[in-house]
Design a protein around this ligand. Structure first.
Ligand SMILES: NC(=O)c1ccc[n+]([C@@H]2O[C@H](COP(=O)([O-])OP(=O)(O)OC[C@H]3O[C@@H](n4cnc5c(N)ncnc54)[C@H](O)[C@@H]3O)[C@@H](O)[C@H]2O)c1
Ligand SMILES: [Zn+2]
Length: 725
């Protein structure tokens, strides 16, 4: 008997829909529906396929691993396929899985499970040959992935070289590339400021950032790699292979990988259920977004006995969390004008509690987003904080419309100054391009004095706002020309406060570093790290302004896009005037050689020369890596060279170096130096995870500050702490 026609149609439609969303999600990194909506469609299709086996199709989305390669990347096959995971949404589903496992493992005795959080990022495989990282591939469609080796090398917690014993001759480490919640928040704020599309969630931000063609931008995005398994492995002779998943994870941890925090060995299915409940409560407090927990049969022999379906292992199951959502009313939409003139719509919501936090505002990113979601002012809306620090308006509840809702008309002129707004080519945002727009100036100035800028805490954002409102100050340089009499005009300014303010302003003028001044100017794409690089490489602002795009691109951590933005900034007449003002008032810090190089690794501040054929890495790649860690790379040998890194078939340079007494390193030694422990991570960026092995210590509840920018979990009892950047 064949399936009824309407069922055939429904199955076709579901497959088409799922294919469409797969492409949006995996290839374009811009999903249009929520994961739980996608999961519901997926389950619907699977149920129909089970009911009507005659409709089975090996190409059905239920039978395949999701993704496809994005254009622009070289592709390569995995030596062993990378699978997805089957998932359940409640403990009944979990029990059904446990029964299947027991049936499949008849005679194996008691089954223990290795359980860890389900990290929401994208799967990646890193290949090591004799301990050297040689290749990184995304999961792709499970068979073929995108080659992302250069970009993965910029991920700071990924070991480029392994020092494990035994050292496998080949090792494929599998794990998740993730972005910490707070890095995601920062990135989206920047995307908005720059008129670009905001990412829907940390997973999409991680996927979009890893698959960029300019690796210097990937480097800025602060991705992390968390290892959860191994693909192919070849042990040296005499080594004993692992017997359990837990042993394998211990090996990865010893070899220098960050492994899932709070992994635990559960002796029974009930222990897994308790672990799932516990993480359901704690997920909001974790620094990375997780969307469930993953339980794997611990014995590797049992894993092998159970095997795989076309899409997923039979020995593992993802227990997904329910979505944390709430309903409220979208009362109004306000337009904010940012530092770069970008107009951002902000939703004002009737206050509602979502996952323990009261939410009353949420960014709607841009006009396109409002249209895409079909939001009307007055709508009942679903609001979510799916682990994100930032609340999000998910969609309108159209069933609850009364007819009184109104379409939001995006302004065609700036709400602050009335100038007409424009959309620059290639951007989604509308901008006010008026350089003296009060809103823009206000945001520029507050950024200038803030922590991200000159850090003039003694002056303070509040005071600056008053000065702007009273028309006393409108450009950064005006601050340094203030008179006492002008400060008298402000509220609550006694002689003593005025003294202190004047002193603080003068201190900022004479003591600010070039690095801070560059960061304060708010150049597109220039954050703290690039400001540091520029300050280290140039003598002063004038020298940076004189640099060509080529000279800028040659610097570590600066790619073509960033270089173009710096170059354009210094050629803008208003910016030029601002810089001349800085010189005139004596805010003219010096950079270049005079500045302390930041010790990031053992090669920071050293001069290096590469020669010969380096195994698994091209010479330009090695140079970029050295520069990214603060070294200077030269092309000719002289006694000024600190280290010569010599590969195979090194010739005259090696001889000359030996004559001159220059220290010679092989690639392995060089990589070890690059990764030498030291000040890799600026303390403020460190997030510590604790690993609770064997389900021992209970982690303390995380503390998060009012803005939710800093989220830390810490546990007093655990010895092993990871610094994840
Ligand atoms: N919103 C959309 O339009 C849309 C479209 C497609 C897919 N999706 C979402 O993606 C899911 C399917 O994606 P998927 O196939 O990538 O699978 P998945 O994310 O459901 O699970 C498999 C993946 O989990 C990862 N993982 C994370 N932590 C792990 C751990 N500790 N151990 C082992 N693996 C771990 C691995 O990368 C593995 O590939 C859907 O269920 C849906 O939620 C959403
Ligand atoms: Zn304006």
């Amino acid at each position: 008997m064949s399936a009824p026609q309407d069922i055939v149609k429904q199955v076709e439609k579901l497959r088409e829909e799922l294919e469409y969303h797969n492409r949006q999600y995996y290839v374009l990194d811009t999903p249009e529906i929520e994961d739980n909506e996608y999961d519901a469609l997926f389950r619907q299709l699977r149920a129909l396929e089970e009911q009507y086996p005659e409709l089975d199709d090996p190409n059905s989305p239920t039978r395949r691993v999701g993704g496809q390669a994005a254009p622009g990347f070289e592709q390569q096959q995995h030596s062993l396929p990378m699978y997805s995971l089957d998932n359940v949404f409640d403990l009944d589903g979990w029990s059904a899985f446990v029964d299947r496992v027991h049936r499949g493992l008849d005679g194996f005795g008691r089954v223990a499970f290795w359980v860890d959080p389900k990290l929401d990022g994208l799967a990646c495989e890193i290949v090591y040959e004799n301990g050297q990282m040689t290749l990184a591939l995304t999961r792709g469609d499970g068979v073929t992935g995108e080659v992302v080796t250069t970009n993965m090398r910029t991920v700071r917690n990924l070991p480029l070289q392994l020092k494990s014993s035994p050292l496998p001759t080949r090792l494929e480490v599998r794990g998740e590339v993730v972005m910490l919640k707070r890095d995601f928040q920062r990135l989206n704020e920047m995307q908005e400021e720059e008129g670009n599309r905001a990412f829907a969630n940390p997973r999409n931000a991680a996927a979009g950032s890893l698959r960029l063609l300019d690796s210097s931008i990937t480097a800025k995005r602060r991705l992390s790699f968390i290892a959860y398994g191994v693909g192919d492995v070849a042990f040296p002779e005499g080594a004993t292979p692992w017997k359990t998943h837990g042993e394998m994870m211990a090996f990865l941890e010893d070899a220098g990988f960050t492994v899932p925090f709070q992994a635990s060995l559960c002796e029974s299915p009930e222990d897994v259920a308790a672990y799932y409940q516990r993480l359901t409560d704690e997920r909001e407090t974790l620094p990375v977004e997780i969307d469930g927990v993953v339980a794997k049969v611990n014995s590797l022999e049992a894993q092998q006995a159970l095997g795989f379906t076309a899409r997923a292992p039979r020995f593992a199951m993802a227990l997904k969390f329910p979505a944390v959502e709430a309903e409220t009313i979208l009362e109004s939409i306000e337009i904010q004008v940012g530092r770069t003139g970008v107009l951002t719509p902000v939703a004002h919501l009737q206050p509602v509690e979502v996952g323990g936090v009261t939410v009353s505002r949420a960014t709607l990113h841009n006009e396109e987003e409002i249209q895409k979601k079909g939001l009307l002012v007055g709508d009942t809306v679903k609001v979510r904080r799916a682990g994100d620090v930032i609340p999000e308006v998910v969609r309108p509840v159209t069933e609850k419309r009364t007819g009184k809702e109104e379409k939001f008309v995006f302004p065609t002129s700036c709400p602050s100054c009335g100038s007409s707004v424009e959309r620059l080519p290639g951007e989604v945002a509308l901008r006010c391009l008026n350089v003296s727009c009060p809103s823009v100036m206000r945001r520029k100035l507050t950024h200038f004095v803030s922590k991200a800028g000159l850090d003039m805490t003694r002056v303070g954002v509040k005071l600056v706002e008053q000065l702007i409102d009273k028309g006393i100050v409108s450009h950064p340089a005006d601050l340094f020309r203030l008179h006492r009499a002008e400060l008298h005009k402000l509220d609550r300014m006694g002689e003593k406060t005025i003294d202190n303010t004047m002193k603080a302003i003068d201190a900022a003028r004479t003591e600010s570093s070039l690095e801070r001044l560059i960061a304060a100017m708010g150049i597109r794409h220039v954050g703290e790290q690039t400001a540091k690089t520029l300050a280290r490489s140039f003598e002063d602002l004038e020298a940076i302004g004189a640099a060509t795009v080529e000279e800028l691109t040659a610097l570590p951590d600066i790619g073509p896009e960033v270089a173009g933005s710096i170059h354009a900034f210094f050629r803008n007449a208003d910016n030029h005037r601002m810089i001349e003002d800085f010189r005139e008032i004596g805010l003219w810090p010096r950079g270049g050689k005079g500045e302390e190089p930041v010790a990031e690794s053992a090669v920071a501040g050293k001069t290096l020369l590469f020669t010969g054929t380096l195994e698994g890495m091209s010479r330009p790649e090695a140079s970029k890596l050295a520069e990214a860690h603060g070294a200077r790379v030269v092309k000719a040998i002289s006694s000024k060279v600190d280290y010569l890194v010599a590969g195979a078939k090194a010739g005259s340079k090696l001889r000359k170096a030996q004559e001159l007494g220059v220290e010679v390193l092989d690639l392995e030694q060089f990589l070890a130096m690059v990764q030498a422990p030291g000040a890799e991570t600026p303390a403020e960026n460190a997030v510590e995870f604790d690993t609770v092995s064997e389900g021992s210590a209970e982690p303390e509840k995380a503390a998060s500050d009012a803005q939710g920018t800093e989220v830390e979990t810490r546990s007093a009892g655990s010895a092993d702490q990871y610094s994840l950047i």
